[in-house]
Design a protein around this ligand. Structure first.
Ligand code: HPA
Length: 240
C-alpha cells in the first residue's frame, strides 16, 4: 500500500476519500495524527499529516519513529513524503517541484533510529533510491510537468528559518534545497525497508538569496497554487 505523509499545507486534500481513522499504538508513543485509510481513484492509500491535523507540531517535535513504525504496521510498503522547502539551486525557486536524490542531515537531538539494543548500520548511500522515486520521475516526464529530478536536500533543525550565512554554508556543502523534515523520516523508512521518496515543493528562495522577506502567507499561497499538480502526481502514483 502507498502512504502519503503530508507536510505543511497538506493537512487535508480533496482527491483522497478517507474511510477509516486508525490510531496505532506504537512502542515509541503517539503518531502525529490518526492515520487515515482511504482511496484515491479506488486505489487504497494511507494518509498521515506530519505536523498534526491543526499544523501544531514543529519539525523538531514530530515523533518520526512512531509515524514510520505505525505506517509499516498498517502494511505500507511505499511512502511518498510531501515536503515544503526553500530553494538554493538557481533552478529551484518558488513553485519548483523537486524530487531530491541526496540528503545532508544537519538536525540534532531527534530520535533517529529504531535500533537501541544492537549495532546496526543501514545502507543510506542513496537515500531516496527505489521504485517509487523512479515512478514519480517517469510520471512527471510522461506528463511534461517539468519536475526537477535531482537535488541535495539539506535538512536543518528549525523551527526558525536559516540565516543567510547558514544558507551560504549549505550551498558550499552542495545543498540545492533546504527543509526541516526529511530527516530522520527518510532513514527510519530505510531501517524498516520501506520504499521512500520525497516530493519537494519550493515555497521560497532560501534565506539571503532574494530581497524578499520569507512570510508564512507567501509560503501557503504557493502551497495552494501547486496543489493541483501535486495531487495529480499522487493520483498517478496510486494508480501505478
Ligand atoms: N528553510 C527550511 N525549511 C523550509 C524553508 C526554508 O527556507 N522553506 C520551507 N521550509
Amino acid at each position: 500500500m502507498l502512504a502519503v505523509i503530508g507536510g505543511s499545507g497538506w493537512e487535508t486534500w480533496s482527491s483522497f476519500q478517507a474511510s477509516r481513522d486508525m490510531s496505532v499504538d506504537t512502542p515509541y508513543g503517539a503518531t502525529s495524527a490518526v492515520i487515515q485509510l482511504g482511496t484515491i481513484n479506488h486505489q487504497p492509500v494511507a494518509f498521515l499529516s506530519r505536523h498534526g491535523p491543526a499544523h501544531n507540531l514543529a519539525p523538531h517535535q514530530i515523533n518520526y519513529r512512531a509515524n514510520i513504525w505505525a505506517l509499516k504496521a498498517l502494511g505500507v510498503t511505499r511512502i511518498l513524503a510531501i515536503n515544503a522547502v526553500g530553494g538554493i539551486h538557481a533552478s529551484m525557486g518558488p513553485e519548483a517541484l523537486i524530487v531530491p536524490d541526496q540528503i545532508i542531515d544537519y538536525t540534532w537531538g531527534r530520535a533517529h533510529s529504531f535500533w537501541s539494543d544492537q549495532v546496526m548500520h543501514v545502507d543510506f548511500s542513496k537515500p531516496f533510491e527505489g521504485a517509487l522515486r523512479r515512478q514519480l520521475v517517469a510520471l512527471s516526464q510522461s506528463r511534461r510537468l517539468g519536475l526537477i529530478d535531482f537535488g541535495v536536500y539539506g535538512c536543518t533543525q528549525g523551527p526558525r528559518l536559516e540565516s543567510a550565512a547558514e544558507i551560504q554554508r549549505l550551498k558550499r556543502d552542495g545543498c540545492d534545497l533546504v527543509g526541516m523534515t526529511a530527516m530522520p523520516e527518510a532513514s527510519l523508512a530505510r531501517e524498516l525497508n520501506v520504499d521512500y521518496a520525497s516530493l519537494c515543493i519550493s515555497v521560497n528562495w532560501a534565506a539571503g538569496l532574494s530581497e524578499q522577506c520569507i512570510t508564512m502567507d507567501a509560503i501557503f499561497a504557493i502551497l495552494n497554487e501547486t496543489r493541483p499538480m501535486v495531487q495529480g502526481l499522487i493520483e498517478g502514483l496510486a494508480a501505478d
